[in-house]
Design a protein around this ligand. Sequence first.
Ligand code: GLU
Length: 471
Amino acid sequence: MNKQASFFESVSRNFDNAAVLTKYPKGLLSQIKAANAVYQMRFPVKIGNKYEVIEAFRVQHSHHRLPTKGGIRYSHYVDQQEVEALAALMTYKCALVDVPFGGAKGGVKISTRNYTPEQLERITRRYTVELVRKNFIGPGIDVPAPDYGTGPREMAWILDTYQQLKNGEIDSAACVTGKPTNTSGIQGRTEATGRGVFYGLREYLTLKDEVEALGMQTGTGGKTMVIQGLGNVGRYTGTISIEEGDIKVIGVSEIEGTIVDEKGINIAKLLKYRASKGSILGFPGTKTLKSREDWVSIPCDILVPAALESQIHKGNAKKIKAKIICEAANGPVTADAEEILLKMGVVVLPDMYLNAGGVTVSYFEWLKNLSHIRFGRMEKRFDQNAYTNMVDMVVRLTGKTISTRERSLLTKGADEVDLVRSGLEETMITSFHQIRANYTRKKSVKDYRTAAFITALDKVASDYLTLGVFP
Ligand code: GLU
């Protein structure tokens, strides 16, 4: 089975399944579905004492809103179809969470572990130069961000290269998001996707009827979770679910294998262990499963694929014993697998909603860069003083006292990170209920992915119709 083709086909099939349930004309639906611009490039980079030709892409899936937005992936599996599918998901994702961008995605076909940091820097800078030359990057054009294989370090290289070429462009810091916090980034971006996954799951778990129908009680507390992939998304989904949701992570799968511990795995400690040993295997208290692939069949409440696409396919879907699948990665469940899961009664919370926390906080970062001011700078002290006056007044009028901890909780003015978290929480909750409205309103809608697609389609279509392109 060609994994990438199946991912592209899955996105296409999921789109078609939802599109037939809408009232939009065929032409409009075809325009929404098609990738608007694809830039395929090949450039030379000196690696050691010879030149290597690097293949890379940037796909702008939808120009209905500008800039376009989406991460850059460094992976050996990158090909045009994969990047097109990922870019399409970005369009629907942005629409769902009301982030006013079209979707895009970049891909560089390399295995990061074959290169030194200096070589990766050369590749990143050269890729950025190619994007600038073709007008495929800019605060109002197309704004990249991290994805699989990239992070704040790469984003800083992109920004620096862009600024060297665009000297004096006042909004240049907004040409890329996911930057380090000391380089025009924003607090809370790194954890944003994982935090968003947690907020989305937590919201789903408030639905009494649905959760009880799955044989569980509402709320996150005490639920068991298995995570595939401890990259930027999986690690924060795990730590935040444990710390803020009292969830028990009973299984973790990584390249080297899958480990389980029914008593719960401390993800923060596991990450330290892996950093020193180079592997998750042998982590105290855990058992290693015979086959790495067995992560899918661990009995648990919540299964979180947080690695790459097409991880749950028709070959392994039947083995799943989880009640809920949280698509923290993009496209981890193929369309074939989803049909099987639907029959098994497994609920899939879809990627385009559940992992939208990353792009949501990217949007906040972009706004911060354009406004040239940190969130909270103007109002934090004002709020703090006003709350202090209020608390003082209550204390005086009641004659009662409060502890220092209570006082600081009541009088705190919001920092940037508090505002980012609150904006993200609001976004994930609001968006969930918009999707749910489509899920419950239409009998023909059998799953949350179709409901999410319809919600996104309504928004993108309404943009096109407002533009007057389709009278
Ligand atoms: N790569 C992330 C995603 O797939 C983030 C994109 C962004 O922040 O622009 O959603």
